[in-house]
Design a protein around this ligand. Structure first.
Ligand code: T46
Length: 136
């Protein structure tokens, strides 16, 4: 199964332009408890380098573009995000890295929980250990 789970959003566009509406448990497959956005990241800077134990997220490039690499400890896949009409699911236990941000990139992230640093695994070795534990 692909590590890249893209979600296409319906655009309510007309001659005035586009409008995308996102609701919990509809286009977004969880209750949205937090919204944050990342912008002003230089093209040579990468972010992320962590996995989440329980958090579900959908990342949407509402302006510009960036890439995201997903790694489940067994395989890696990456995708370019370059449209506000599509989001990518960042599943639990997916080590992820965002990179190659365009100067105009705004990466909007919808999250299933409020911020909790204890939910992060920021050490790759510990991530792999947990993957192996969960697969036992
Ligand atoms: C993720 C990717 C896609 C907060 O205080 N509250 C928040 O809601 C968030 C998201 C971050 N922070 C603090 C934690 C750090 O001190 O903001 C600082 C920067 O966060 P971080 O280094 O984790 O940023 P990224 O871009 O590496 O990762 C972020 C999210 O943190 C993460 O959950 O999945 O974007």
């Amino acid at each position: 199964m692909s590590l890249i789970k893209l979600i296409d959003f319906k655009s309510l566009g007309d001659e005035r332009g586009d409008l995308v509406a996102l609701e919990s448990n509809k286009a977004i497959p969880f209750e949205i408890k937090r919204v944050y956005y990342i912008f002003g990241t230089a093209v040579d800077v990468s972010r992320g380098f962590h996995a989440h134990k329980a958090l579900l997220q959908v990342a949407i490039c509402v302006s510009g573009s960036c890439k995201i690499l997903m790694d489940d400890g067994k395989g890696k896949e990456s995708v370019t995000l370059n449209t506000p009409k599509q989001g990518v699911l960042i599943d639990t236990m997916q080590w992820h890295v965002m990179y190659e941000f365009s100067a105009d990139c705004i990466l909007l992230v919808l999250a299933s929980e409020v911020y909790d640093e204890d939910d992060y695994i920021r050490n790759y070795k510990k991530f792999i250990e947990r993957v192996e534990l969960l697969n036992d």
